[in-house]
Design a binder for this molecule. Structure first.
Ligand SMILES: Cc1ncc(COP(=O)(O)O)c(C=O)c1O
Length: 443
């Protein structure tokens, strides 16, 4: 195996530590969450499903920029549309017709969409949706299930008692979140309709909305989402689907199309624009129209670049049958990863819906779980593959990348199996154990 070094990445990281608190803006991109010292930290460029780092290493990347890249890095069609927009001007004192065209596209594609607002990111879009729901109902409490970003309304869940542990990760201190928000954001467990109804009864007349990730990697239990819909309607609560991660992947119209359940409002970001900042809140007219009277406003939300990127992305997702592609390569990916695990006798499984599966290691000793996940990232990285337990396909991933990755994963799995058998995981690790990764209640 070729000598693998990320020395230049490491040197830049040292500079970053003195200048940028946490070193990256997205917590999931922090190098302490990968195999620090082996994983690449700084990229030089990316194309398709490949990344080249500043040390000259080439990787097949399965993380797709943590979700935003759905067609592939530096996609020619989207980037041409963006370049054409730059030539016309990125933002004006007035607005551009393309804003209306994108709204028309979203209304055509997304079942819950009758009206549309824009913003620049997922957490921001959730915050707008919650504001609208609170404004429409006049009620403050939010029942949530899943990850919805960094804003006060959501992080307030951890004031007083730790309610985000199952939905995000342990030990999040809601530092800087007003204590006055205590008790305004209450979690519910995915799949448990009775628990949700209990919360609705206990807080009757106070709940403005239910916001949830409708699904991620696993099929929703039969009738579950329809049950949530029914409860929301019965208790007069706005139902919001957060489709930041499920949108355009599970089905073009999101998990709501896949499950046949229509929420009142929905939130999209990330994959909407193949890597250009963009978010959208869509919903039924009765809930969206009142937003006209609410102060929900920001200069860059009228930027034309994100809109141009979104229009091109949506068009290409349909033209390339992205969802069909994800289902095909997802099945193949699962099969090859599971064969690799079987070949070396490792109790690991790649499972979940084909368009968005995940890898699970079944370890006897819970203390080994984080070590195994870190070793997996480490051994993949040094062999030119960026892959952890969670990943996102893009349209540039094909059979050749799966074949190449399966060879690497088999070697990584063999090392993990040896480490587990001989109790030598600590010796095999050349990096600190990754800091706690996202724990997803919605799997
Ligand atoms: C379901 C969901 N909601 C909200 C967000 C937050 O989006 P952003 O990071 O763009 O603020 C994410 C990001 O991972 C997400 O997966």
């Amino acid at each position: 195996m070729k000598e693998h070094s990320v020395a230049r990445s490491q040197a830049i990281h040292e500079r970053a530590k003195a200048l940028i608190p946490g070193t990256t803006q997205l917590i999931s991109r922090r190098p302490t969450r990968a195999a620090l010292g082996v994983s690449p930290i700084y990229a030089e460029r990316a194309k398709g499903c490949r990344i080249w780092d500043v040390d000259g290493n080439e990787y097949i990347d399965w993380t797709s920029a943590v979700g935003p890249v759905i067609l592939g890095y530096a996609d020619d069609v989207v980037d041409d549309a963006v370049r054409a927009q730059i030539d016309r001007g990125s933002i004006y004192s007035i607005v551009q017709e393309s804003a209306v065209e994108l709204a028309e596209e979203l209304v055509r594609i997304v079942p819950s969409a009758e009206m549309v607002r824009y913003c620049k990111g997922g957490g921001e879009a959730c915050t707008i949706a919650v504001r609208i729901a609170r404004g429409v109902t006049g009620r403050d409490k939010v029942l949530f299930c899943g990850y919805h970003g960094w804003h006060d309304w959501y992080q307030a869940a951890n004031i007083g008692t730790e309610r985000l542990a199952d939905h995000l990760f342990n030990g999040i201190e809601p530092i800087g979140v007003p204590r006055a928000l205590e008790g305004t954001a209450l979690p519910f467990a995915y799949g448990d309709l009775e628990g949700l109804e209990t919360l609705l009864v206990q807080n009757e007349g106070e709940v403005g909305c239910i916001i949830m990730e409708p699904m991620r990697s696993e099929e929703p239990p039969a009738g579950y989402l329809a049950g949530v819909r029914e409860l929301a309607s019965r208790y007069g609560v706005v139902l919001i689907f957060d489709e930041v991660s499920s949108g355009f992947r599970i089905a073009l119209g999101g998990a709501q199309e896949y499950a046949g359940v229509t929420p009142d409002l929905s939130v999209f970001a990330k994959a909407l624009s193949n890597g250009y900042p963009m978010g959208a809140v869509v919903g039924k007219r009765a809930f969206m129209e009142p937003a006209t009277q609410m102060f929900i406003s920001s200069a860059y939300w009228d930027d034309n670049i994100g809109i141009a990127a979104s229009l091109a992305t949506l068009r290409e997702l349909e033209r390339r049958d992205a969802v069909g592609h994800f289902n095909r390569i997802g099945d193949l990916f699962k099969q090859q990863i599971n064969e690799a695990a079987d070949a070396v006798g490792l109790d690991a499984r790649c499972e979940g819906v084909a368009a968005h599966p995940g890898i699970r290691f079944n370890v006897e000793n819970p203390g080994d779980a984080a070590k195994v996940s870190t070793l997996f990232i480490q051994e993949n990285a040094r062999r030119g593959v960026i892959l952890s337990n969670g990943f996102m396909f893009n349209c540039a991933h094909g059979e050749a990348e799966i074949e190449q990755t399966a060879v690497v994963v088999r070697e990584s799995f063999a090392i993990i199996a040896e480490g587990l058998d001989r109790g030598t995981l600590d010796e095999l690790l050349e990096c600190p154990i990754q800091e706690e990764f996202f724990r997803r209640l919605v799997r």
